[in-house]
Design a protein around this ligand. Structure first.
Ligand code: GAL
Length: 941
């Protein structure tokens, strides 16, 4: 832990410097105290500003890549992560829990600690997160008692989950030398609340040894009650979730539909906690995630809303949702709001690439974690602005006097570039300060700050970061390209000023050095003498600033300009070694107490610059060619099969709040068919009078079901999404009537129905009415005949290695056709078209990607038509291509599941509604970098 170790290293009086130091790994992890007051969390008494990004390990089935993503999160300046834990992901059945392989959260928490990231754990039990059942296992639908209440049935179930998880979390707490700094109970628990339940969750945690502060994320704003700030069930640090942009990525001009997004203070005894702050969006209407990233939640949104929130709310705890979204692989996703990709338009894409949003996170994250006085501020009077179009909001640190002034447009939706003069009373005097601001931007200006060994009176450039490197203060300040900037520093006597690059005017009078410049490129100013340590000021544009990386080493921080990612740095003797990724050849410049540079294991020839840095050049990655996918084999799934081993639908009653309209009960979950497809077979002896079969299914949004009689296709219908709890109960949510061909009286007949369930509803309203909606057939009757029908059904069988959500109940899934070592028997050359029903395809290919490069690979579909394809790679179900719905055509295949050096098998289960053509399927390289992390292949059996 960067800060923790710093604190443990004794009371080095670097509070204002906040230059975190990573100590070498200790044998026994030192323990720490975690406390808090109205301003901030404190570790061993030292205040921290927790700048966390949300990450879902369960959306990235490759522990090696957890490290990649966590390193990228840290490199963006985050000092923390928020982690949901998904109950469903770990539990295929009551009493059965698995924390191995891709579910090894112990390993995840170890990694967070190694990387110096604080963790806010969010174990639910309910998490929402657009996961099937909001993270509840499907089997919970069969448990009597309202979920998210203190009902005994539900209580016994969640205690089982927390009984497994809490002890793991407990041993990773900061207080025991680990990374967990706070424990969040429940999730946006606002409707149908039960205070005893909230209290029980906390008592359960405490009994398991959780002693870090307990938090909660209140939905949306304090108008939602209760806030859990007081009374039974109150948590120590109540937080608020804010999604000011809502979730419509189709609308490019959205600007705060859901308000200012200023996190409310819910109590005076704890810091303001922005538990979930919007950092991307679900793609409700399938605009594609790039629209979410660029239009809705892009850098402008981040600049305005995040900075506005930082200064207006004084929050010192943040969880940005999401830093990295990931993939709804298997049947992980909730059906209504998401598709396979959970990219989320986040700063780091699903294919683990860094975007413009990442650059903005870096500018802000480095600032908030470098400038310590931000951890303790009170509202203060902002400087008056001469132009009413611009306005200020301010906070000040009561101990140091340091001021943080937000400069924003008075009309937050303004799109104009405006200028003004601020009448600014700073701790160092009163100044008339010219400023300018673009529309949909905001600046945080700092005054009265001991910036390392320097005294910053004020600046109209924003501070990105500063660090003491080799006895000098190196500071990176920035502003919009072409805008004017001024920085005023105080000295005891006139210092010497050398402008090494760019055009900067300097003047000195009365102890003040004033620098005036236009932000353009990267100006460099060396200041020495004047009774202070030397300083190198790097004054750049937004873009130039984003080229810098900061990495902490045991010899202090280093700064790097260039490369596409600096994961970590080490200084030993006179050599600085970087773990860095490079997308294309270019210059690299390093500010470190060193004379030699090594990147990875390659020495990089360098020269020393007048800035005191090392400059060299790095080469880019070797190009890659991926194999074409050829030699497909295919095999059709039988429609009528021997069903004698299948359970008979025989139940007369159901736990579902929706009383069945036909009996026996046909609900899939009532017979253990929890995820994905379910095959039903209804056997009867024809009377000859049957004219049709009338069916009814609930699949969740976008689900379909298909019907055959004696193997002959009768057609398909959309499955329903919602049954009504009000009378008339169960009003035919997904009706379909299928005409039967004439049947001879007395002949045996079989109706086959394939129901494609898309996942379980969430439980946002905590009333069981959504969550406990049945799946599968909810009604079936013959029209024209009362011949008794015996229904049997076949659902999923959990894959022990890949987890409960990997598979549904397709015949080929149950028979293991999706596995890479499936027998070749029964497979043949594919026909030109796919017939309605399920046709399996498989092919093998070898990969040998260049060693030491990170090449995320995707599977691309170019076909169209009425079909879906479940994608299995080496047995892992990585998504569903919905040819008729879009928008996703490329599916990320995570390294580890994908063998980058060796043989791979792609297997597709194509579910065609009408005759269709699969269309081209190909491998695509989604990026190419040198660097990356070592990849551990997942087992296939
Ligand atoms: C929040 C919720 C998260 C997630 C998010 C939208 O309200 O707490 O779990 O669902 O909305 O992506």
């Amino acid at each position: 832990m960067r800060r923790m170790m710093l604190a443990a290293a004794a009371a080095v009086l670097t509070a204002a410097l906040a230059a975190p130091v990573v100590a070498p790994p200790a044998m026994a992890a030192p323990t720490h105290t975690v406390t808090y007051d109205k301003y901030s969390l404190k570790v061993d008494g030292e205040r921290i500003l927790l700048w966390g990004g949300e990450f879902h390990y369960f959306r990235l089935p490759s522990p090696s890549l957890w490290r990649d993503v966590l390193e990228k999160i840290r490199a963006a300046g985050f000092n923390g992560v928020s982690l949901y834990f998904s109950w469903a992901y770990h539990s295929p059945a009551p009493g059965v829990y698995d924390f191995t392989g891709v579910r090894d959260v112990d390993r995840l928490l170890d990694m967070a600690k190694e990387l110096g990231l604080y963790v806010v754990v969010r174990p639910g039990p309910y998490i929402n997160a657009e996961t099937s059942g909001g993270g509840f296992p499907a089997w919970l639908k069969q448990v009597p008692g309202r979920a998210r209440s203190s009902d005994p049935g539900y209580t016994a179930a969640y205690r089982e989950w927390l009984g497994h998880l809490n002890p793991i979390i407990a041993r990773h707490q900061v207080t025991r030398g680990g990374s967990v700094i706070a424990y969040n109970v429940e999730n946006e628990y606002a409707a149908n609340t039960d205070a005893q339940y909230m209290q029980d969750l906390q008592d359960t945690a405490r009994a398991a040894g959780i002693d870090v502060p307990i938090t909660h994320n209140q939905c949306c704003d304090a108008s939602w009650t209760p806030t859990w700030a007081s009374g039974l069930g109150a948590v120590q640090i109540p937080g608020v979730d804010d999604y000011p942009q809502s979730f419509e990525c189709q609308a490019p001009d959205t600007w705060g539909t859901w308000g200012e997004g200023v996190t409310e203070r819910l109590t005076d005894s704890a810091p303001v906690y922005a538990a979930e702050y919007q950092a991307g969006s679900i793609d409700l209407n399938r605009a594609g995630y790039d629209a979410c990233r660029e239009n809705l939640t892009g850098p402008s949104f981040m600049k305005y809303f995040y900075k506005n929130n930082l200064v207006a709310s004084g929050a010192t705890m943040f969880g940005f949702y999401m830093a990295y979204g990931g993939t709804n692989w298997g049947w992980l996703g909730q059906p209504n709001d998401v598709y396979t990709s959970y990219d989320y338009g986040a700063a780091i894409t699903e294919a683990r690439q860094l975007t413009d949003k990442y650059a903005e996170f870096k500018r802000q994250g480095y600032f908030v974690t470098s400038v310590a006085p931000l951890t303790k501020t009170d509202p203060a009077a902002g400087p008056a602005s001469s132009n009413p179009a611009l306005t200020t909001v301010a906070r000040a640190n009561p101990d140091t006097g340091t001021q943080f002034v937000l400069l924003r447009h008075t009309d937050r939706a303004a799109t104009t570039l405006d200028e003004s003069t601020l009448d600014w009373s700073t701790p160092d005097g009163r100044y008339s300060v010219p400023v300018s601001l673009d529309g949909r931007d905001a600046h945080v200006l700092v005054a009265g700050y001991d910036m390392g060994g320097q005294r910053l009176a004020w600046s109209t450039s924003e501070i990105m970061t500063h660090a003491r490197i080799g006895g000098r203060d190196v500071a990176v300040l920035y502003g919009r390209d072409g805008s004017a900037g001024s920085t005023v520093l105080r000295y005891r006597s006139k210092p010497s000023v050398r402008v090494l690059a760019g055009s900067v005017r300097s003047s000195y009078s009365d102890g003040e050095l004033r620098l005036d410049y236009t932000h353009h490129g990267l100006a460099r100013v060396l200041v020495s003498g004047g009774g202070r340590p030397p300083a190198l000021l790097l004054l750049g544009t937004d873009e130039e600033a984003a080229n810098f990386w900061r990495a902490d080493t045991s010899s202090g921080p280093v700064l790097v300009r260039g490369t596409s990612l600096v994961r970590s740095a080490r200084v030993s003797g006179s050599t600085v070694t970087l773990r860095a990724d490079v997308a294309s050849a270019g210059e690299v410049e390093v500010f470190a107490p060193a004379r030699r540079l090594v990147i990875g294991s390659t020495p990089v020839p360098v020269r020393t610059t007048a800035s005191g840095s090392l400059v060299g050049s790095v080469s880019g990655p070797a190009s890659v060619r991926l194999p074409r996918l050829t030699d497909w084999q295919s095999r059709a799934e039988p429609v009528v099969t021997d069903d004698r081993s299948w359970p008979v639908a025989s139940h007369a009653t159901s736990e579902s709040p929706f009383p069945p309209v036909t009996r026996p009960v046909l609900y899939a979950g009532d017979y253990g068919a929890d995820y994905g497809h379910v095959w039903y077979q209804g056997s009867f002896t024809a009377t000859g009078a049957e004219t049709a079969v009338s069916l009814n299914a609930i699949t969740g949004k976008n689900g379909v079901y298909q019907v055959w009689l004696n193997g002959r296709y009768l057609g398909w219908a959309n499955g329903g999404t919602q049954a009504d709890s009000e009378p008339p109960v169960n009003p035919r949510p997904g009706p379909g009537t299928f005409t039967l061909p004439a049947l001879a009286p007395g002949t045996p007949a079989v109706i086959s129905v394939l129901v494609g369930n898309m996942g379980h509803n969430d439980d946002w309203t905590a009333d069981d009415n959504r969550f406990k909606q049945p799946r599968g057939l909810v009604g079936a009757e013959l029209v024209g005949s009362s011949a008794p029908v015996t229904w049997r059904l076949q659902g999923n069988r959990p894959d022990r290695l890949r987890g409960p959500l990997n598979n549904g109940g397709l015949h080929g899934e149950r028979a293991g056709w999706y596995l890479p070592d499936a027998s070749a028997k029964g497979w043949g050359r594919p026909a030109a078209t796919v017939q309605p029903g399920v046709t399996w395809y498989r092919t093998e290919f070898d990969l040998d990607l260049p060693r030491g490069q990170d090449v995320p690979v995707g599977l691309r579909f170019d076909g169209a038509g009425e079909y879906r394809a479940l994608i299995f790679v080496n047995g892992w179900q990585l998504g569903q291509f919905t040819a008729n719905l879009g928008p996703q055509r490329e599916f990320v295949l995570p390294a580890g599941v994908l063998r980058e050096h060796g043989g791979n098998t792609v297997t597709l289960a194509v579910v065609a509604l009408d005759e269709a053509t699969l269309g081209p399927v190909s491998l695509v390289a989604l990026a190419n970098h040198t660097g990356g992390v070592p990849i551990e292949n997942l087992p296939t059996r």
